[in-house]
Write a protein that binds this ligand. Structure first.
Ligand SMILES: [Zn+2]
Length: 248
């Protein structure tokens, strides 16, 4: 069930049964010459919705803009500074917590969000402690990357090997093509596998990685690979969610 397609009585009866929720979070940032700007948000949303179906979990609205400062030398990228994203996540979680939600599993599509979202979780914890809440330890927030589960990571390794790279990867582009098969962008990639060197800030990123990719060959992406990868990620995430909900 998706929160934005439910009515308030649906949420009230859901909360009478359980207090867990999946929160997809991504980014709107360049993904090389062939990947959608919305890749990270679309992939996280696809996996979270599938796992929500499989595990009977409510899926919250996708946080589609993240911390993408290092991609700002490419047009179309939108970023929240870390302090804005912390405030956004804090208000988002505390709104749902006010209704009784207590287990928040963030399903992340953008590695660059992780430090900021974890900082937001500590802000929330500090605020709840100041209010005298949370003494029972039942309230928990966690963030997982959709591509890190044991099954999905092995499917990705077997499918793309070293050509997976770390940004504008064939696996994430495949999942978006599975979700939107009519929106494929085909452009020549030169070199076929991008360099994987580190960078310092947005201008240096573009100087070292002129087409936006890092270490990847997204020409290998296909909707069919995306279907297999998404299925594996959904199974991993549904298992993870059930375990998270069973923790005491
Ligand atoms: Zn990405």
């Amino acid at each position: 069930m998706q929160l934005q397609l439910a009515s308030w009585p649906d949420i009230e009866s859901y909360l009478a049964r359980t207090h867990g929720i999946l929160v997809p979070i991504g980014s709107t940032e360049q993904h090389g010459p062939t990947g959608f700007l919305g890749t990270d948000a679309i992939a996280a949303e696809t996996v979270a919705r599938g796992a929500g179906e499989a595990a009977g979990a409510l899926v919250a609205p996708t946080i589609a803009i993240g911390m993408a400062e290092h991609h700002m030398a490419f047009p179309g990228t939108i970023t929240l500074r870390p302090s804005t994203l912390i405030a956004y996540v804090r208000d988002y979680v505390l709104s749902l917590a006010a209704h009784g939600f207590a287990r928040f599993l963030f399903v992340n599509g953008h590695g660059g969000n992780v430090p900021t979202v974890k900082a937001a979780f500590y802000e929330i914890e500090a605020e709840r402690r100041a209010r005298g809440q949370g003494e029972d330890g039942d309230f928990r927030c966690r963030i997982v990357n959709w591509y890190d589960g044991p099954t999905v990571s092995s499917v990705i390794r077997q499918t793309f090997g070293a050509r997976e790279g770390s940004h504008a990867t064939p696996s994430e582009v495949s999942v978006t093509l599975h979700a939107y098969p009519d929106h494929r962008h085909d452009r020549p990639l030169d070199p076929p596998v991008a360099s994987g060197s580190p960078f310092y800030g947005a201008a240096d990123f573009r100087r070292r990685h002129p087409d936006g990719r890092i270490g990847s060959d997204p020409s290998l992406a296909s909707a069919e690979h995306g279907r297999r990868i998404a299925e594996a990620a959904i199974a991993d995430l549904a298992t993870h969610y059930r375990g998270f909900m069973a923790e005491r």
